[in-house]
Design a protein. Structure first.
Length: 160
């Protein structure tokens, strides 16, 4: 069962709550404002699988963690709404573009925001704040700051 239909009020509240937790009030409210455009697909158990806006997937729900991962369209929509001091890994653009494929390595990292924990969905941005990619943090902010080498994040979707 993978049909797409409008979410009910309880599912909208669930989407809002998860987005608020992950990305903050402004991001959650933007999706809430556009709730009439939302469609969801569900697993056979009835749990939300994907959230679509205008028939384009923006969020993928992970039932194990209860959190969302962002599609490219979702990242573009939510990125400007998430405060600059949340969920960002700032990278040296030249090193990122030259060496990063699917894994962000420590030498490319310029700085990180304090709220990052291992497993978090993160925006990978250059030092001027332009979105380069979306990924999953493999280390917390504290760990990343002291790393000289090693894997910092998995790069899911690049925005070059």
């Amino acid at each position: 069962m993978n049909t797409s239909n409008s979410p009910d009020i309880q599912e909208i509240a669930q989407i809002y709550g998860i987005l608020y937790y992950q990305f903050g009030r402004e991001a959650a409210e933007e999706v809430l404002r556009r709730s009439l455009e939302l469609r969801v697909t569900r697993y056979s158990s009835g749990i939300i699988r994907e959230v679509h806006m205008s028939n384009i997937p923006i969020l993928y729900h992970n039932p194990k963690t209860g959190l969302f991962t962002l599609s490219q369209r979702g990242a573009i929509l939510l990125f400007p709404l998430v405060p600059e001091d949340r969920k960002r890994i700032y990278v040296k653009r030249d090193i990122f573009e030259k060496y990063t494929k699917k894994v962000l390595l420590a030498p490319a990292v310029a700085r990180v925001t304090e709220d990052i924990r291992a497993g978090d969905e993160v925006f990978i941005v250059d030092e001027s704040g332009d979105l380069l990619a979306v990924g999953k943090a493999l280390a917390s902010a504290v760990e990343t700051k002291v790393m000289k080498r090693g894997k910092v994040a998995l790069v899911r979707r690049e925005h070059r």
